[in-house]
Design a protein around this ligand. Sequence first.
Ligand code: GDP
Length: 329
Amino acid sequence: MFIPTIPTPEEVLDKSFSRAKKAANKVRGSKIPRHQKSKKTEEARIKTACQVTQETFNTILEKVPKVEDLNMFYQDYIDVVVGVDQFKKSLGALKWASELIAKFENQYVFKMRRSSSENASNVRKEAFGRLASVVYRIEDELNFLDFAKQKLRNMPTIDFDATTAVIAGFPNVGKSTLLRQLTSAEPKVADYPFTTTGIQIGHIEHKWMPYQFIDTPGLLDRPVDDMNEIELNAMVALEHLADLVFFIFDASETSGFPLESQMKLYHGIKSIFNTPIQCVFNKMDLVEDTTLVDKYIEQLDNPIKLSAVEGIGVSELITKMEEFKNEKK
Ligand code: GDP
């Protein structure tokens, strides 16, 4: 998500005061009766400083997308990573500061016009003092927004028009091999909370329609019972994206996970995902005696047999996606 650069209070004030100084110099150099000069100069300083600060905050507010306008996936993502409430509260604080500054800008301009020339610089100092104190009042919120900017920098870019499959299954069952087979371009890696390697997103176009595959190493590859609440939320965010989940079994058990525990993981994921799940038995090229695999296959609804390295069965997965695209419409 794009969040513009968030300045520190010092940076906000430095910019505002230095622009105010320039504005004052301009007035000082202009043709104004001498007795009015100090008041006009100080008035320009107040106006400029206040306006530049408001502009700084308003530009941030305009550029940051409204959380409630975002897709539920992004809303959940932001909530898991930084907390939506805190995020909104911080933006609210910037709005508060901007409005307050606008208000006292008028008050001080009015005060300046009624003050004596001798008192002009005192009025300006008082206005600058208030400006600084308001900007420092929202220091925590500025810090938080800067933290959010860093955290949300590499958020996954999702194509919400594409029919989307999330790939699940234990480590080493062949998920990333499959993703590479499915998509021609290198999958894009993006951050995802609680996955150390991020998530990988691959795109394809099939019969002019967009499809998207998401692999989530470290998230959909271990028992649901081991997950804490936040991890479960991170996982549920995925549900907003997925039209379908491909659950990948390693039929050969060479990944080190017996089919029995893979079945348990499948049931765990099935219990928390409302999305339809298509089972896929991978590494079929390594299976000589299919007796055991067949025992599991019988328990499931039309699983697809696959050899991701050899590319056998991959087109069936795409056909399955097509069916879901038609159901989605
Ligand atoms: P991931 O951790 O689930 O993403 O698994 P990987 O895609 O990294 O695959 C783990 C290992 O299994 C790699 O060495 C792959 O080459 C191998 N592998 C994946 N799919 C197949 C397959 O269909 N057949 C065989 N023989 N090996 C496979």
